[in-house]
Every structure is written in structure tokens, then in C-alpha cells.
Design a binder for this molecule. Structure first.
Ligand code: PMP
Length: 397
């Protein structure tokens, strides 16, 4: 039995967290783990979530199973949040929402759906991408390929991206980060997106949007721009939506797979498959987080409070990006690191090398991933000058 079981290495980012926790230096800084943190270094429960939870405790009547597609009110509200109130796909009955355990569950369901219902298609990921994309789609037995995204020069490679897309076999699936690219923070411009759309349309590719950070880039509506552009232009689109970051619901495992189909009849075919596949994965989705989201989005006051809370997180991140650049200015490094101000979302590919990252860890107790990815939300606004001095030191030798 288990004697034949080998050991696999743990998640490198969680290993980094262990090292951080064990570090006695009081000035230590965790820029590794991908959760939002406030000025106190805490990942808070939004007030809107607390209020919705109180309401649910008082009114919830049963813990019986919810259906395979989840809470219908959640689905209705999330479709409007992602696609926009006036989306033609919604009014035409071409958009469906299947509630999943987090964005990760939605990605796995999408992977199983493609493997089962669209056999022979490869899935194309950005290079680099969120590492779980690589392992999760391999686990779903999809052939995984890559398109260039950010090169060794730490710049967005739009030309390389487009040159690869035009070579992709018709019918293949392309995963696109809707906003706040993880791990790099580099997002496409509106003009870049229009060019990608033209290739996707011409090559008859199927876009799969990973939308895990709605509200963390430029705004809840603004961040949905690319998704909505594609949904309005194409007959078929898949979108995985996560409520982990923007609702602070990480451990409640709240997300959805949204399918846009050519017509209402095709939607029912696709949804029948999604429900059947989900049955083998998690049977029915967890209820609590989705009930919280539905409660917030359906209530004008809670919704406004939540929108303010998302805006505060976004503004804190933007302030930290600009603050770090200002702190780097006296060292003549503001231009070299200007990309940190242009990137969006929680993450930044800083451009620091693995050797520089290791020095920051051992000499300054600053913890970031060896790729040079930093969680900007982990920065301490009061100590940006210390960090800038440390960066200046490690990049100068
Ligand atoms: N996609 C990306 C790009 C992410 O960064 C994350 C969260 N780290 C997810 C999907 C999934 O998030 P969750 O399963 O926690 O909702």
C-alpha cells in the first residue's frame, strides 16, 4: 500500500510563508502569498460580508443541498456583475452561470468540459501564468501549450502573443487573464485586446477568461471591459469568475463558470454537461459564500458599501505602487521600475532577479517569490523608504 507512495514537493509559495513565519526579524515583510492585506497586514472580512452573514443567520431556513448549478439568485446577480446590466447575451438567454467552489473549481470544471465535450483541443496559457493553471489543466488531461506574454526583459510581448495566436489551430482554447494578470501585473491595452479579438475570431478560437480580480485593477466595470468586448463580438465564450478577492471570501470557496453560447438551446446542452461533470467533482457547490454574494448584490445599500470597500482596496494598492516609485526616486531608480506603476492588480513582476530576491530575504527579511513577483498589497506604506534602500542596494552590485 502506502510504502510505494513517493513524496512531492510542497507549494513553493507556501514554503516561503513558513520561512517568513519562522523569521524572528520584527521588520520582516511578506510579499509572497497572494491574498489582499490591509495597512495592518490583515486580510479583512469586508463589512458588507459581515452584514450579509448576519442577515443570513437570521433568515436561512435549511441546509439541504442546492442544485448542481448553485443558487439561482447568485447566478443571476453574478452574470450581471460580470457581463453588465444591459448585456445582449443576457437578454438573449445565451448566458448561464454554474456556481463552483472558487475560481479554481470553475477552472477545473472548464477543463473537464473541454476534455469531455471538445476532445482534441489544446489549451493555450500565457507564459508565464498562475502556476495552478499548468497543473490543473494537466490534471484534466488537456494538452497544454503556451503563448508568449512577458519576456526575459520583463516587458509585455504583444507582438509575440499575436504572432503565436495566428498559428494556433482553429478550435483550440485560449486562456486569457481578464485583468490584473497573475503573476506579472501586466495587462493588455484596449487596443491590444481588439487585436487579440480579431485573431481569436479569424482563427475560430474559443476564449476562456480567468476573471479572478474584478475590481482590483481600474474598477468593477472597467475591469470587465475585455470580457464584455469578447462576449459582444463572439457567439461563444467561457469565463471563470472568482469572488475570493473582491468579496474577501477566500475560504468560503465562491466562484462560477459562466458559459456564453450561440443560442438559448445550445446553452441548455452545455449546462446539462456542466451539471453532469460537476456531479463527479463536488456534487453540489458550497452554499454560504454564494448566498453572501447574492445578498450583497441584490441589496442596494450592501452593494454600495461593498463597492466602496472594493474601491478602498484598489486605491490602497495603487497608492502603494506609486509610493514605492516615489521612494525609489532618490536612488535614481524610478524609471527603471516605472512598470510597477503601470501594472495592475495585486501582483508585480518587479524585474528583480532570483539572486536579488534571495539577498532581500537573507539581508532584509523581505520575502518575495524567486520569479521576482511581489504582492503589492503586502507592502507597508510607512516603510517604503526602507524597502527602496534595500532594493537600491541589491540592484547596485
Ligand atoms: N485564477 C487566478 C489567476 C488566481 O490568481 C486565483 C487565486 N489565486 C484563482 C484563479 C482562483 O481563486 P480561488 O479558487 O481562490 O477563487
Amino acid at each position: 500500500h502506502f510504502g510505494q507512495v513517493g513524496r512531492v514537493p510542497g507549494d513553493p509559495i507556501l514554503g516561503l510563508l513558513d520561512a517568513y513565519r519562522a523569521d524572528p526579524n520584527p521588520a520582516k515583510l511578506d510579499l509572497g502569498v497572494g491574498v489582499y492585506k490591509d495597512a495592518e497586514g490583515i486580510t479583512p472580512i469586508p463589512q458588507a460580508v459581515k452584514l450579509a452573514e448576519q442577515r443570513l443567520i437570521a433568515t436561512e431556513l435549511t441546509k439541504s443541498y442546492i442544485g448542481g448549478h448553485g443558487d439561482p439568485l447568485f447566478g443571476e446577480q453574478l452574470l450581471r456583475l460580470v457581463l453588465g446590466e444591459h448585456s445582449p447575451a443576457l437578454s438573449e438567454g445565451r448566458a448561464g452561470c454554474t456556481q463552483t467552489p472558487g475560481g479554481t473549481g470553475a477552472l477545473r470544471l472548464a477543463g473537464d468540459f473541454i476534455a469531455r465535450c471538445l476532445p482534441g483541443r489544446s489549451l493555450w496559457l500565457s507564459d508565464p501564468t498562475w502556476p495552478i493553471h499548468e497543473t490543473l489543466f494537466a490534471a484534466a488531461r488537456l494538452p497544454v501549450r503556451h503563448y508568449p506574454y512577458v519576456g526575459a526583459d520583463n516587458r509585455l510581448d504583444v507582438a509575440g502573443l499575436l504572432a503565436t495566436l495566428v498559428e494556433i489551430p482553429p478550435g483550440d482554447v485560449v486562456l486569457l487573464h481578464a485583468c490584473c494578470h497573475n503573476p506579472t501585473g501586466f495587462d493588455l491595452s484596449h487596443d491590444d485586446w481588439r487585436q487579440v479579438l480579431e485573431v481569436v475570431r479569424a482563427r475560430e478560437l474559443l476564449p476562456l477568461f480567468d476573471f479572478a480580480y474584478q475590481g482590483f485593477g481600474d474598477g468593477l466595470e472597467e475591469d470587465a471591459w475585455a470580457v464584455r468586448l469578447f462576449v459582444e463580438a463572439l457567439p461563444e465564450v467561457l469565463i471563470t469568475s472568482s469572488c475570493s478577492k473582491n468579496f474577501g471570501l477566500y475560504r468560503e470557496r465562491t466562484g462560477a463558470l459562466i458559459a456564453i453560447t450561440a443560442d438559448a438551446s445550445s446553452l441548455q446542452d452545455v449546462r446539462s454537461q456542466l451539471a453532469a461533470l460537476a456531479r463527479n467533482l463536488w456534487s453540489t457547490p458550497p452554499s454560504h459564500g454564494a448566498a453572501v454574494v447574492a445578498t450583497i448584490l441584490a441589496d442596494e445599500q450592501l452593494r454600495q458599501l461593498w463597492q466602496q470597500e472594493v474601491a478602498a482596496k484598489r486605491q490602497r494598492i495603487a497608492g502603494l505602487r506609486n509610493g514605492l516609485l516615489e521612494a525609489l526616486q532618490p536612488y535614481g531608480l524610478a524609471e527603471r521600475f516605472a512598470h510597477i506603476g503601470a501594472q495592475r492588480g495585486m501582483f508585480s513582476y518587479t524585474g528583480l532577479t532570483a539572486a536579488q530576491v534571495r539577498r532581500l530575504r537573507s539581508e532584509d527579511a523581505v520575502y518575495l517569490v524567486e520569479s521576482g513577483r511581489a504582492n503589492v498589497a503586502g507592502l507597508d506604506a510607512e516603510r517604503l523608504d526602507d524597502l527602496a534602500r534595500a532594493i537600491a542596494r541589491v540592484v547596485s552590485d
